[in-house]
Design a protein around this ligand. Structure first.
Ligand SMILES: CCCCCCc1ccc(S(N)(=O)=O)cc1
Ligand SMILES: [Zn+2]
Length: 262
């Protein structure tokens, strides 16, 4: 499979990714189903430190498999550290996965429960690697914060994103999006689960320390509908609505999911 001829359809979806990316059948793949009774409280996990004060978002773009907000690559940029992380990891971008309807769409599941969507804030180990591209394939290269989205009241902070989606309807489209503070997308309670995993899309590198927050954020049904008017397809192609862009849970293969709280 040439690069980027994978998708979420019948023929190019998650069950066929292993043909182009054999690591799909590796032993630290993501996402996973988090069985809360089998998580392990790890008292050595220090609190997660989120330093997002110096954020400078650049743009929002439709890359044909999700919609992503990119951040400037600056020394003093937004970083996370602490928790399971030995180094400071710099925010590169965040993006979402969602379903055709509100009862499915997340990648991680909790005791089999799926959420309407899952936000991924992607960070790379800038303490140890020179570039994101170098870090993306290293076992301690990336740290991704996972935030579940469930439908309820409108999320004020998210409206700046959902109102910009109509500007990036087609695959390959990009629009300016300055000064978006990603901190507003985190839940109030930062209790989290963490485990060693992978990218959830090709190239599926096993380079991610996953940090998944237990508490979901609330977004409105209308805001979810705005994600579903995005297209997988380019302007000239037949219209294919962007939805169900999630990979199902993968085997834990003996991995322990640790909890930051008791
Ligand atoms: C050689 C370039 C690789 C870019 C990899 C981009 C990517 C980042 C995060 C995720 S996710 N869904 O695991 O957060 C998937 C893919
Ligand atoms: Zn993702």
């Amino acid at each position: 499979m040439a690069s980027h001829c994978w998708g979420y359809g019948e023929d190019d979806g998650p069950s066929s990714w292993h043909k182009g990316y054999p690591i799909a059948q590796g032993n630290r793949q993501s996402p996973v189903n988090i069985i809360t009774a089998e998580t392990m409280y790890d008292s050595s996990l220090s609190p997660l430190i989120v330093s997002y004060e110096n954020y400078s978002s650049i743009s929002i773009s439709n890359n044909g498999c999700s919609v992503a907000v990119e951040y400037a690559d600056a020394e003093q940029g937004p970083v996370i550290e602490g928790g399971p992380l030995g180094d400071a990891y710099r925010l590169k971008q965040f993006h979402f996965h969602w379903g055709h309807k509100d009862c499915q769409g997340s990648e991680h599941t909790v005791d089999g429960r799926t959420y309407a969507s899952e936000l991924h804030l992607v960070h790379w180990n800038a303490s140890k690697y020179q570039t994101f591209r170098e870090a993306v394939a290293a076992p301690d290269g990336l740290a991704v914060l996972g935030v579940f989205l469930e439908t309820g009241k409108e999320h004020q902070g998210l409206t700046k994103i959902t109102d910009a989606l109509s500007m990036v309807k087609f695959k390959g489209s990009t629009a300016d999006l300055k000064d978006f503070n990603p901190k507003c997308l985190l839940p109030r309670n930062l209790n989290y689960w963490t485990y060693p995993g992978s990218l959830t899309t090709p190239p599926l590198h096993e380079s991610v320390t996953w940090i998944v927050f237990e508490e979901p954020i609330e977004v409105s049904k209308r805001q979810m509908e705005q994600f579903r008017m995005l297209l997988f397809s380019e302007e000239k192609e037949d219209e294919k609505f962007m939805e169900n862009n999630f990979r199902p849970p993968q085997p834990l293969n003996g991995r322990k999911v640790c909890a930051s709280y008791n």
